[in-house]
Design a protein around this ligand. Structure first.
Ligand code: SAH
Ligand code: SF4
Ligand code: F3S
Length: 441
């Protein structure tokens, strides 16, 4: 029997969680639920959560306080926690008295059943992690209204067990989706008018699938996609430095529709730290990969993740991260301070011994440095020509629109009746560290 109820969903964390919320939307749509944009209008509120750092979890606890009030006013409201924090905190949510059910990342097919259980049980949970679930043959229902840029998961889970990271515990073992399923999903997006897709996985380079005696790796998959969808802009994230091959770099260079942008998280520039992080590469290896990218794909956009204050990080280690950033000259970076995650190798075996003030000071130094590097990177492209994909009106002025270069730089140009999805040629005139200003040519 189909339900005739409404739900509201809010997504926290990484792009993979956004893609998962689209899987959830498909499951709930099939069960008869309709999506609403206001929690006040919903019978069911879902939070798809992230557990990667403590502050990501705090955000969810704060939200729950807010929904506690709403629940008092609107008794039949049910609240469900999905995703990585559901998996990590588990039945700890039961004590909150606000949450009716939890579902981990591999349990979304069971959602309708789980929601039903909440009418007879005070708390329901589904936390089984699967070695095989890839939500095959389940076409995600697109929540993003822009219909321009879509996410396509190609792997789930992670086998790398970096010593600080919770993801292998919340998402389980790595598995790859079959290529046919991935191609179908991209075809669906193209038919719906999407202009850009981003292939997602914690480590896309380790994509691997055997089918009918034929094996496909990431380079093979990317080549098929680029060939079959010549009009789509193709992006992918995240690449792992230990697995990024020459063949992949050459494939990116060889297809004009694969965007010249690589997100390559380095985490630290110190070999001692990288070793204890279990990253599987050295500073020299990382710099060699960057050298290869810059040689084969001149002008390639480069971004990274780096964090300060890993256990045992000395001032010299921190300086090594800064000097690596300076050497590579990243266009942009996501920067964090270390947050100990219960159950990880680091939490069990390494003392979280860098004082909080030192972590904050080091993080601020990373941010200041990256701002300079981003400014320099933007300065270097003034006077240059780019194709940009228009995404919409500029937030600051409705006389302007904004779009992105294939290297992932944000460009603002005066509007000339452009529609989202148009690709226009621009020349860059001026810049800040975050934005380029151009005009059409
Ligand atoms: N799979 C990707 C990243 C996943 S998590 C990769 O391997 O790079 C996104 C980023 O969060 C990581 O790159 C790392 O920089 C950061 N991160 C992960 N665990 C963290 C922790 N315990 N404390 C601080 N930052 C962390
Ligand atoms: Fe976490 Fe490392 Fe896996 Fe990335 S590769 S998700 S940092 S364990
Ligand atoms: Fe967060 Fe889970 Fe993504 S921990 S970063 S939502 S994989």
């Amino acid at each position: 029997m189909k339900e005739n109820k409404s739900y509201y969903i809010e997504t926290f964390g990484c792009q993979m969680n956004i893609a998962d919320s689209e899987v959830v939307a498909a499951v709930l749509y099939d069960a008869g639920y309709s999506q609403v944009q206001q929690p006040e209008a919903a019978d069911l509120v879902l939070l798809n959560t992230c557990a990667v750092r403590d502050n990501a979890e705090q955000r969810v606890w704060n939200k729950l306080q807010h929904f506690k009030g709403l629940k008092k006013k609107h008794k039949p409201l049910k609240i469900g926690i999905l995703g990585c924090m559901a998996q990590r905190v588990g039945n700890g949510f039961e004590q909150s008295k606000v949450v009716d059910f939890i579902a981990g990342p591999d349990s979304y097919r069971n959602l309708p059943e789980l929601i039903k259980q909440t009418s007879s049980e005070a708390f329901a949970s589904a936390l089984e992690l699967s070695r095989t679930e890839t939500y095959e043959a389940l076409l995600p229902r697109r929540i993003d209204q822009s219909k321009l840029s879509g996410f396509v998961s190609i792997t789930r889970g992670c086998n790398n067990f970096c010593s600080y990271c919770i993801v292998p515990y919340t998402r389980g073992r790595e598995r790859s989706r079959n290529p046919g399923d991935v191609l179908n999903e991209i075809d669906d997006l193209q038919q719906k008018g999407y202009k850009e897709i981003t292939l997602l996985g914690q480590n896309v380079n380790s994509y691997h699938q055997e089918e009918d005696g034929q094996s496909t790796g990431f380079t093979g998959l990317l080549t098929s996609i680029a060939t079959q969808f010549p009009k789509l802009r193709i992006r992918f994230t995240t690449s792992h430095p230990k697995d990024i091959s020459d063949a992949l770099i050459e494939t990116i260079a060889g297809h004009s529709n694969i965007c010249n942008h690589i997100h390559l998280p380095v985490q630290s520039g110190s070999n001692d730290v990288l070793k204890i992080m279990n990253r599987g590469y050295t500073r020299e290896w990382y710099l060699d990969r960057i050298h290869k990218i810059k040689t084969v794909i001149p002008g390639c956009g480069l971004s990274t993740d780096v964090f300060a204050g890993f256990p045992g990080e000395t001032e010299a280690d921190h300086k090594a991260s800064m000097s690596l950033m300076q050497q590579v000259k990243f266009d942009s970076a996501f920067m964090f301070r270390y947050s100990e995650r219960p159950g990880t190798y680091a939490a069990k075996h390494l003392k979280d011994d860098v004082p909080e003030e030192t972590k904050i000071r080091r993080l601020n130094e990373l941010i200041t440095l990256q701002n300079q590097l981003s400014l320099e990177s933007n300065k270097n492209v003034t006077g240059k020509h780019f194709d940009i994909l228009i995404e919409g009106k500029s937030k600051r002025s409705d006389k302007d629109v904004f779009g992105r270069t294939e290297t992932n730089k944000l460009v603002i140009v005066p509007d000339n009746n452009y529609k989202p999805g148009n690709i226009i040629k621009v020349i860059i005139g001026s810049y800040t560290s975050a934005t380029l200003f151009g005009k059409a040519i």
